[in-house]
Design a protein around this ligand. Structure first.
Ligand code: SF4
Length: 169
């Protein structure tokens, strides 16, 4: 144990301060202000993968890392659509997920909003409409905001959430 403490003291702190990103800070500050004014300080998002390759999920996941830290703006992800204000949907909607996506949307209490995240969710992307794919999310449920990109960056996603906030305000 003493050896361990000795090593900790000799090594010191090896992490670095996070880099500053003024654009992200400005986007986040506006999101936080609108969430506080119009959503009681807390906006709940339920993420739905309707048939994505998971590229979009990796970028969405990054929103929760210590760099972007989405929760500091009052936005958090929830496990149930019944606790959500917003559905964030990725992927072309596979035929297997069509009924599940519709039922998930019906389970969200009104007022509710839908963000289509990623090119596939916006217009079907490379997959389009086929025997296996319904294509764009709007072919299955109403969409309020589209975030293009394959995949969209965390900055794009934050800007999309802000666009929805401005629209819902
Ligand atoms: S938009 Fe690109 S990254 Fe996202 S699900 Fe489609 S192919 Fe994958």
């Amino acid at each position: 144990m003493l050896r361990l403490f000795g090593k900790i003291l000799r090594t010191g702190i090896v992490t670095e301060a996070p880099p500053r990103d003024d654009e992200i800070a400005a986007l986040g500050a506006e999101v936080k202000g609108l969430v506080q004014r119009h959503f009681g300080g807390s906006l709940a998002i339920r993420e739905v993968d309707a048939g994505s390759c998971n590229g979009c999920e990796l970028e969405i996941h990054a929103l929760n890392n210590p760099y972007y830290d989405l929760e500091r703006y009052g936005v958090h992800f929830v496990a149930s659509p019944r606790h959500a204000d917003v559905l964030l949907v990725t992927g072309p909607v596979s035929r297997h997920m069509e009924a599940a996506l519709r039922r998930t949307w019906e389970a969200v209490p009104a007022p509710k909003w839908v963000i289509a995240a990623g090119q596939c969710a916006c217009d079907g992307g490379e997959f389009g409409v086929s025997y296996a794919s319904c294509g764009a999310v709007e072919n299955v449920i109403p969409v309020d905001v589209r975030i293009p990109g394959c995949p969209p960056t965390p900055r794009d996603l934050l800007a999309g959430i802000l666009a929805l906030m401005r629209r819902a305000a």
